[in-house]
Design a protein around this ligand. Sequence first.
Ligand code: EPU
Length: 332
Amino acid sequence: MFDLTPHNTFALRAMARDGLEIRSKADLDRLPGGPYLVLGGGSDVLLLEDFSGTALLCRIGGMETEELRDGGVRVRLGGGVPLDGAIAELGRQGIHGLENLSLIPGLVGAAPIQNVGAYGLEIGELIERVEARDLLTGEDLSLSAQECGFSYRDSALRHWEGALMVTAVTLRLSRRFSPCLAHRALEGRDFADARSLRDFIIGIRSRKLPDCRKVGNAGSFFRNPFVSWQKAEELRELCPGIPCYPVPDPTLCKVPAGWLIEAAGMRGVRRGAVGTWPQQALVLVNYGGASAHELMAFAEEVAEAVLMRFGVALEPEVRLFGAGGEMSWQSR
Ligand code: EPU
């Protein structure tokens, strides 16, 4: 048996039948039979029960850079590289573009699966290519950004049949610091250099979000929902000032789930060992010793409160895993 407790940032107690650290693609050539649970930093998963197969922990390292004629830099990172460590190292080397994603926990390989994003930037915008092993067919894939089908907290990789392990991600970055300041928190601000932007982002995140080394959590528990503009108008009447962000589909807009959860009276609520974080209601936390059952019951209570008050259905952003693999929120 293999203990998954230290490998999920919610710090839920769970076991797998077996566990393996994957340090190179060659390690993937000699896997035992499935099912497989692919884990990066375990920072976006909720383990509902013990896993009946093998947990694969991606530890493939490496950072290669290629200077391009136009001042661009192509950077290929191993799937097991910690994302924030890579951002810090790239900054030291004078390579820019990822600063807005500073302090996001987890590994590079997980980033394209969820298309992680923060402060106006989604990693998919900078990805050129994702290399992955299809664990069902044994095939090595090299997918262009288009083939990855990135959208808000989603990609085609997330819905791949069978499990995928992302072995490397190639990004298009730059020697030039041209900050992305579109997010409300950054608008109108001036950053002298990349280091000051990174420090600013680290400051906001540290104030709002719990440190998963101290309090179990997986960042935002729910996605920000997409609603029709008509629904957004209704919400604006109930919650004056609520922001509505445009999305690729012009008939819809994105509203902040954290705002709705707070307005439904659920910010900072605690039920035993679980609760919503007082500084950010979208983050569910395990104060210590919570079970997956308690967390799920609380998540349902939060979603129900928002549904009752605003008629908006929340869907988790974290991925739910049961004994046999990934489970949907609907089939829980
Ligand atoms: N808000 C409240 N009450 C709350 C939380 C938020 O009123 O308890 C309001 C805020 O005042 C703000 C709006 O809701 O007007 C949005 O809040 P925030 O800027 O904190 O961002 P978010 O939409 O809650 C998203 C991402 C975060 C990312 C931030 C910053 C999702 C699911 N979450 O959160 O990503 O760091 O934007 O860009 O899209 C994650 O995915 O795990 C994550 C932390």
